[in-house]
Design a protein around this ligand. Structure first.
Ligand code: PSV
Ligand code: MN
Ligand code: MN
Length: 426
């Protein structure tokens, strides 16, 4: 399945007049207020987000999984799906692989396919939360933190393998998410578990190529429900600092206890030059992995406000790895990802409308009302015509969900791959 340029051009002719009218109206208004619309549009066009390979099939819960049919079962098919997303949106120019689910059979062929689709390989993820076939040791009681040296060594070796695989594809970072923790008080010695994790990460870090980063994810609970070794940004930051300057914290939006002020976490990590990457999703309760922007779009906008500030004011923080980490049961996974990509672009565009100088002046004056007016003025602007224009300029479609449906992509995929497909992954 590959979307052809002609299909895109043909689709766009239908909505062009309407788009142009909306765009001219908004541009007029924004320009009068001193906004540089062309600059905003080119920032939007440049902004690329990696698609997680594990989100291309229906996710499921521990109670069941309902297929959306035509799901990709091999890496080549997953790349094809990312190619569809990128052709329509022009913002999905990267993929994040999960090993061992996505080990390439033929590296040259995989690279060639990705190049042809204009897709880069972003961070590679290791998996020490499941026992692999024929593995000698089990991760039942933890991996990098395990009390058994043999288990820790197996988990370290796996991470080094993942770096090796990613290196052959052009990835530049390793993401480590650990399920390690305990289910009951007394089960684990907190200090031993943390120290073992630090030592294991240091061993992995030794094998990290010079131009690579190690991204350390945190999460407060699940699958362990009493304690998690890397429970929060503080634990992640301590471990990153313990490893060295190529190690960073990765913030996954769903990995916080309710009402955490994520924008503040993001801001301070950037100040310290230690924010390495981002997993976008949304949640109502916990690590729900819901479509980005579907539950708390204002919080997402506030996070983007800090990210934009950081990108402009924190040269000590490196460029971030932008990734989605959302997947679930009831939507077509590709439609879900399109909605996530649009929500990210929307929050980014709105954050770009904030006049940072005006905000700073209002903050200096302690004009609390004005500060809120500035933020909410940007948030309430309907920026969709800007996003449409950014997509059009890059060769994408005006309305990706609409185009996906009118090109009948899912049925094409079902025709090609069949109904009874199971994507490898979570
Ligand atoms: C598990 O919580 C998780 O969702 C983490 O966020 C990882 O990034 C992802 O799985 C893939 O390993
Ligand atoms: Mn994640
Ligand atoms: Mn998660």
């Amino acid at each position: 399945m590959k979307i052809q340029k002609e299909q895109i051009l043909d689709y766009n002719t239908k909505g062009l007049q309407n788009h142009n009218e909306n765009f001219d109206f908004l541009t007029n208004k924004l320009s009068k207020n001193g906004h540089k619309v062309e600059e905003i549009i080119s920032k939007l066009s440049e902004f690329q987000v990696a698609i997680p390979s594990w989100a291309l099939g229906a996710g499921g819960t521990r109670f069941g999984r309902f297929s959306f049919y035509g799901e990709p079962s091999r890496l080549e098919q997953k790349l094809e799906d990312v190619g569809v997303l990128h052709a329509l949106t022009k913002t999905a120019g990267a993929v994040s692989l999960h090993i061992p689910w996505d080990i390439p059979q033929d590296y040259a062929a995989v690279k060639q396919q990705a190049d042809a689709l204009n897709i880069k390989f972003d961070s590679v993820n290791s998996n020490t939360f499941q026992d692999q076939k024929n593995a000698k040791e089990s991760y039942k009681y933890g991996s990098l933190s395990n009390t058994s040296q043999a288990v820790r060594e197996q988990a370290i070796a796996h991470n080094l393998d993942v770096i090796n695989i990613g290196n052959k594809l052009g990835s530049k970072s390793l993401t480590v998410w650990l399920a390690d923790g305990s289910c009951f008080p007394g089960q684990n010695n907190f200090q031993t578990a943390f120290q073992n994790t630090q030592d294991s990460l240091k061993d992995i870090y030794k094998g990290l190529p010079d131009d690579w980063k190690m991204l350390i994810e945190y999460k407060p609970y699940e699958p362990n429900f009493y304690s998690t070794v890397i429970q929060d940004w503080g634990a992640s930051l301590m471990l990153a600092n313990g490893c060295g300057e190529k190690a960073f914290t990765l913030v996954d939006l769903g990995h916080h206890l309710p009402n955490s002020n994520i924008e503040q976490i993001v801001s301070i990590l950037q100040l310290k030059g230690k924010l390495g990457g981002f997993h976008f999703n949304d949640s109502k309760y916990g690590d729900d992995d819901l479509t980005v922007g579907s539950i708390k779009p204002y919080a997402l906008f506030l996070i983007f406000n800090e990210l934009v500030y950081g990108m402009e004011n924190n040269p000590q923080n490196p460029d971030l790895a932008w990734m989605i980490d959302a997947s679930h049961n009831v939507k077509d996974p590709l439609e879900d990802l399109i909605q996530s990509l649009e929500a990210i672009q929307e929050a980014f565009a709105k954050a770009l409308l904030i006049d940072q100088d005006e905000l700073k002046a209002a903050q200096l004056d302690n004009d609390v009302v004005k500060c809120q007016e500035i933020l909410q003025g940007a948030y309430r602007t309907d920026v969709r015509p800007l996003i449409e224009r950014a997509r059009l300029n890059s060769g994408g479609v005006i309305s990706p969900i609409n185009a996906y449906r009118s090109l009948d992509v899912r049925n094409q995929l079902i025709k090609e791959r069949g109904r009874n497909t199971v994507a490898t992954g979570l």
